[in-house]
Design a protein around this ligand. Structure first.
Ligand code: SF4
Length: 102
């Protein structure tokens, strides 16, 4: 199930379906915190800072790609463990520090 709590989309099972059920919302919040602790990481590119050198795509094409505007974009999905090292490498090597992984 998907819940939206103050703009945060949370996947989880709510303990109770009654409206305004506090234990139900506590369960959702715990699910959200667990997802954060589990390292649900994504890449982010600051398009204003990106100079379009293409280095991130060459280092980690699983996460970064170049768009028609000549700027990089990060895939809108969780970074899997097997590509995390190369994604971090791209973050560190970006010449203008336009990449964040969080
Ligand atoms: S390495 Fe940095 S500057 Fe180069 S394309 Fe990627 S995000 Fe843009």
């Amino acid at each position: 199930m998907i819940y939206v709590l103050k703009g945060i989309t949370v996947y989880g099972v709510k303990a109770c379906d009654a409206q305004n059920c506090l234990p139900g919302y506590v369960t959702i919040l715990k699910t959200y915190l667990r997802l954060k602790e589990d390292g649900f990481m994504r890449g982010h590119v600051d398009k204003d800072a990106c100079i379009g050198c293409g280095l991130c795509e060459s280092i980690c094409p699983e996460v970064f790609s170049m768009e028609d505007d000549g700027k990089a974009v990060a895939a809108d999905k969780e970074i899997s463990d097997d590509v995390m090292d190369s994604a971090r490498d791209a973050e560190e090597q970006c010449p203008v520090e336009a990449i964040r992984i969080e």
